[in-house]
Design a protein around this ligand. Structure first.
Ligand code: NAP
Length: 289
C-alpha cells in the first residue's frame, strides 16, 4: 500500500475503467468515489474500495474526501461539468487535500467543454493544493460516433474537412499517463500535459478502417448544417451538438492538429496507434449479421 490516500472519480467511465487495474497493479492506496456502487462493483470488481459520492451533491463529497491526500478529478462531458467539478474542488480544499490531479482537455480550443476545463484548471491552480493537469487531445473513442455508419455501410460522415489532421489519443494512454502521475506524487507538480497520438486526417482514418476491417471504407464530409440534422435525428442532445459544432470549427482551423511526445516522455511507452485501437474494438465498427 502506498502511504497517501488517493480518491478517484469517474472510475466507471471510458478512461476510468482502464485506470483502475493500473492503480491496483501499482498497489496504491485508493478510494473510489462513485454514484452507483452496484454498477461500479459489476464493472471494476468487489475488491475495490468504493465510497458513495455524487458530484451534484456537495455533502456527499465532503464526506467521501475526509482523510484524502490526493484527488483525481474526472467526470464526463456535461453542460454542468464546471459546476460539478467545482463542488469537488471546494470539497477537496475543505478536506485539506494536498494535491489535485485533473483530467482536462485541449484547453486551446474555445469549444464549451474545453472552456469549462480551462476555468476549472484556473480554480485548482489558485486553491492552494499542488496540482497536475492531464490534457489529452481528441479521444479515439469519439470514433464511436460513426460506428452506426460503419455497421450499416462502408461510408462514415462528419463535417470535419477531409484534409485537416487531428492527433487522436487512445484512452488507454490517458489511463497510463494518469497512473504514472498519481504514483509519482510530487514529480509532476504544476505540469499541464498536452497528450496526443499521431496526427491523422479523416481520409487516413478511412484508410486505417479499410486496412484493419478489410473493407473498402470512405469518408464523406458534409456541410455542418447537414451534419447537425443527421445527429439531431440520432438523438444527440442539443448542448452536445453545439459543443461539437464549435469543436469542428476549431478542428478545421488546426487547433487539434498538434503532436507531442508526452506519452513517451512521461510513461516511457509510445502512444498507441489508431490501427491498434480499431483492431482492438473492431466489433464496434462491424455489422452484426
Ligand atoms: N472525448 C474527448 O475527445 C476528450 C478529450 C479530452 C478530454 N476529455 C475529457 O475527458 C473526460 C471524460 O472522460 P471519460 O471519457 O473517461 O468519461 P466518461 O466515459 O463519460 O465517464 C464519465 C464518468 O464520470 C462519472 N460521473 C458523471 N456524472 C457524475 C456525477 N454526477 N457524480 C459522480 N460521478 C459522475 C460517471 O459515472 P457513472 O458511471 O455513474 O455515470 C463516469 O464514471 C471529460 O471531462 C472530457 O471533457 C474528453
Amino acid at each position: 500500500m502506498g502511504k497517501h490516500l488517493i480518491a478517484i472519480t469517474g472510475a466507471t467511465g471510458v478512461t476510468g475503467q482502464h485506470l483502475t487495474p493500473l492503480l491496483r497493479d501499482r498497489g496504491l492506496n485508493t478510494r473510489y468515489l462513485v454514484r452507483d456502487i452496484n454498477k461500479a462493483q459489476d464493472l471494476l470488481g468487489h475488491d475495490v474500495n468504493f465510497v458513495y459520492a455524487n458530484l451534484d451533491d456537495r455533502a456527499s463529497l465532503d464526506h467521501a474526501l475526509e482523510g484524502v491526500h490526493t484527488l483525481y478529478l474526472n467526470s464526463g462531458h456535461s453542460p454542468i461539468l464546471e459546476a460539478q467539478q467545482t463542488n469537488a474542488i471546494e470539497a477537496a480544499v475543505k478536506a485539506g487535500c494536498e494535491r489535485i490531479v485533473k483530467l482536462s482537455g485541449n484547453i486551446d480550443s474555445l469549444a464549451p467543454i474545453p472552456m469549462a476545463h480551462k476555468a476549472l484548471e484556473k480554480k485548482i491552480a489558485s486553491c492552494g493544493s499542488r496540482y497536475t493537469f492531464i490534457r489529452p487531445n481528441f479521444f479515439m473513442t469519439n470514433l464511436y460516433y460513426v460506428a452506426a455508419d460503419l455497421k450499416e455501410g462502408n461510408t462514415f460522415t462528419s463535417a470535419i474537412p477531409r484534409d485537416v489532421t487531428i492527433s487522436m489519443t487512445d484512452p488507454r494512454d490517458v489511463a497510463d499517463l494518469t497512473a504514472t502521475v498519481l504514483e509519482e506524487d510530487d514529480k509532476h507538480d504544476g505540469q499541464g500535459y498536452y497528450q496526443t497520438g499521431a496526427a491523422i486526417s479523416l481520409d487516413q482514418v478511412a484508410e486505417t478502417f479499410s486496412k484493419v476491417l478489410k473493407r473498402d471504407i470512405s469518408y464523406n464530409t458534409v456541410d455542418v448544417g447537414i451534419w447537425k440534422n443527421i445527429v439531431t435525428k440520432r438523438g444527440l442532445p442539443s448542448w452536445l451538438i453545439e459543443h461539437q459544432v464549435k469543436m469542428i470549427g476549431f478542428a478545421a482551423a488546426g487547433t487539434y492538429s498538434y503532436v507531442t511526445n508526452v506519452t513517451k516522455d512521461v510513461t516511457g511507452n509510445d502512444p498507441r496507434s489508431l490501427q491498434a485501437f480499431i483492431s482492438d474494438h473492431a466489433t464496434s465498427f462491424t455489422p452484426t449479421c
